[in-house]
Design a protein around this ligand. Sequence first.
Ligand code: S3P
Length: 169
Amino acid sequence: MKKIILIGYMGSGKSTIGKLVADSLQLPFIDLDLHIEDITQLTISEIFQDKGEIYFRKLEHTLLKELIEESQSFVLSLGGGTPCYANNHLLLQQPHVKSFYLKANINTLESRLKLEMNHRPLLNNVTNLKSFIGQHLFERSYFYNYAQHTVFVDNKSPITIAKEIIDLA
Ligand code: S3P
């Protein structure tokens, strides 16, 4: 059994790269946010708005735990905050889990996220995106650095990044 798990900040490319890795290794691909949307029949924005972030974080934790405990192999992309709540970073420290931190610098993230701020509940009311990302990344890096491997993603194509992961998996 092999579970390849991608972590990283919003906009780091977890879903795009995850799909490529899964296709190439012929493994099922799961995106944790889409899995949550499937189960609740609500969008992530609706969950944050109607039920609140704590509800979201609890559900995110329960579903991640379930996926890690089942015997199926897969490639799983987490949400940007997943490793940073409910000791989820420790759930990833298991022999059958290969974890990868997709590390992007602040400028890369800012240029990708500035076009999507309205769809992302955590960025809705942000006034200075660059300083928000800098601060948030600083707080979250502690958890991201629990990943077994760090893959630098700036200025690389999705295919190149996926190949790096496949070689290490
Ligand atoms: C979040 C990232 C989002 C989603 C939710 C919260 C975060 O996932 O889980 O909006 O806390 O960084 P992506 O990183 O896939 O956008």
